[in-house]
Design a protein around this ligand. Sequence first.
Ligand code: NAD
Length: 255
Amino acid sequence: NLQGKTALVTGSTSGIGLGLAASLAAAGAQVILNGFGEVEQAKAHIAGLGAAPGYHGADLSDPQQIADLMRYVELEFGGTDILVNNAGIQHVSPLESFPADKWNAIIAINLSSVFHTSRLALPGMRERGWGRIINVASVHGLVASKDKAAYVAAKHGVVGLTKTIALETARSAITCNAICPGWVLTPLVQQQIDQRIAAGTDPQQARNELLAEKQPSLEFVTPEQLGELALFLCSDAAVQVRGAAWNMDGGWLAQ
Ligand code: NAD
């Protein structure tokens, strides 16, 4: 039961972030949303499950806007008890033609934002004597795929940063862990399926081939399943799970 806890989920207007926010709201947490796009739809979805959510539209590529976001949560909701670092983007291209601006954006949003939100959330967690930091990394935090240089580098960085934060909070009721999903059918992945369709593959086949290359179950992981994992990491029973990089990937990493 997360009654009385606040949960900031970055990048929570869509996909996995919205799913994690829904699980946390249904468990009683006061959720604060962040992200672009279908904001009103996301807010209504969360409000239907629990308390009306907070929202801040910070662009997580900008440390100044991250500071504004964390200040908003502090002033309006008394600080962040559960920090879910989920915002992320992808770009698929061979290294030689990988645009430098995409590299910079992916490192900023997928990796550096985790440094900034965490360093700003930790003092309040220490004051209140409890906290959970859950970083949505990826199987690409543990293994690579070709044509994803920035994403793989950023996610490996997130897994490393997770371990460091776990050590620095080890003697407290604050834990920091990463979750490492395989393929989840979200706009981020649909974009990659669309690239295959554009290259002439039939839509159903494009989806099947994407799974078959990496994910032995041949089924997508769902945001709801990841939500259950996040709830476990928030529970008292998980207090000695520290610095883990926990995969939920249909067998991807077993190969
Ligand atoms: P998505 O595109 O559905 O959602 C991304 C969210 O991040 C959206 O809410 C978007 O508005 C927000 N966002 C994007 N740029 C932002 C910025 N600069 N500032 C603030 N918010 C921003 O993607 P998703 O698949 O749900 O991905 C969520 C996380 O899960 C990412 O970190 C991604 O790397 C990770 N992940 C996804 C998969 C997958 O298969 N979909 C697998 C492993 C890990």
